[in-house]
Write a protein that binds this ligand. Structure first.
Ligand code: DGY
Length: 305
């Protein structure tokens, strides 16, 4: 039996398989452990979440660590090089959250385009006076151009949804599609589906925003760091673009008094791209499968490194 540290209570059936095979310590807090390294002195396995920064110093404080299973497809919270230097395999949960995340990107796109949140607020505040012929007008999706930045599983799943809505699709990635500049200039809606890497940090900066149409809407369900939030705030205040919807921010959580939140036409939700009952249960199962394999000396079924 190996000692495994799980960084949050995970109420999913798959955890029973882990508890049966190993000595599992589950962090009981509602918030992530502040000093993760302090809990890893004896740990051979780590089940981490996107909220856990598994950096070189955390890895160093875990001398017996043999496996890291991140319950996420993204692994920008983990220092992969530091793990590789110690020969610690890292696994993630690809594929399984593709549809849920693409659904959320589309939900945000529709919410922005059809002004769902302002409309709801108007009703609740008592400001709804009559059926207005020329107020609360949104943007059509049909015949509009959707620019998809990143052409991995999630970007392509968003494209499939967009086809059903009659949108024109243009994409940009490292290996295919059109140059990002062209996409930004052509698109009526821009949706981000690229991992956060040193190359993609602040990919959407002031210059990129300036290329977008003043009527364009931006959706980010990738990682907060892909967008320069100061530049986005300015762009929204100055009308450089018409609106933005973010599932991801930098930092997370975004404090309620963060300056970004005073920007107009901004919708922010709390990193819920994969938050469906079935998807989260599958993610937990994959993370458990990764740990069970690695702690048994077998290759992880869903390896990152
Ligand atoms: C991921 O998996 O990377 C998401 O951001 C969290 O589900």
């Amino acid at each position: 039996m190996a000692k495994v540290f799980v960084t949050r209570a995970l109420p999913f059936p798959a955890l029973d398989r882990l508890r049966e095979a190993h000595e599992v310590e589950e962090w009981p807090g509602e918030l992530p452990p502040e000093d993760l390294g302090a809990h890893l002195g004896e740990a051979e396995g780590l089940l981490s979440l996107v909220t856990d920064r598994v950096d070189a110093s955390v890895i160093e404080s875990a001398p017996r660590l043999k496996a890291i299973a991140n319950m996420a497809v993204g692994t920008d919270n983990i220092d992969l090089e530091a793990a590789a230097a110690r020969g610690i395999p890292v696994g993630n949960t690809p594929d399984v959250l593709t549809d849920a995340t693409a659904d959320l990107a589309f939900a945000l796109l529709l919410a922005l385009a059809r002004r769902i949140v302002p409309g709801s607020e108007m009703v609740r505040s008592g400001a709804w006076r009559t059926w207005e012929p020329a107020a609360d007008l949104g943007a059509d999706l049909a015949e509009a151009t959707l620019g998809i930045v990143g052409w991995g599983r999630i970007g392509q799943a968003v494209a499939r949804r967009a086809e059903g809505f009659g949108m024109e699709i243009v994409h940009s990635s490292r290996s295919s599609g059109v140059p990002l500049e062209e996409l930004l200039e052509r698109a009526d809606f821009v949706t981000l589906h690229t991992p956060l890497t040193p190359e993609t940090r602040h990919l959407i900066d002031a210059d990129a925003l300036a290329r977008m149409k003043p009527t364009a809407l931006l959706v980010n369900t990738a990682r907060g760091g892909v967008v320069d939030q100061d530049a986005l705030r300015t762009a929204l205040h100055e009308g450089t673009i018409a609106g933005a919807a973010l599932d991801v921010t930098d930092p997370e959580p975004l404090p309620a008094d963060h300056p970004l939140l005073d920007a107009p036409n901004l919708l922010v939700v709390p990193h819920v791209g994969s938050a469906t009952v079935r998807t989260r249960a599958k993610m937990a199962a994959m993370a458990v499968d990764n740990l069970l394999a690695a702690l048994d000396g077998r290759p992880m079924p869903y390896p990152v490194t």
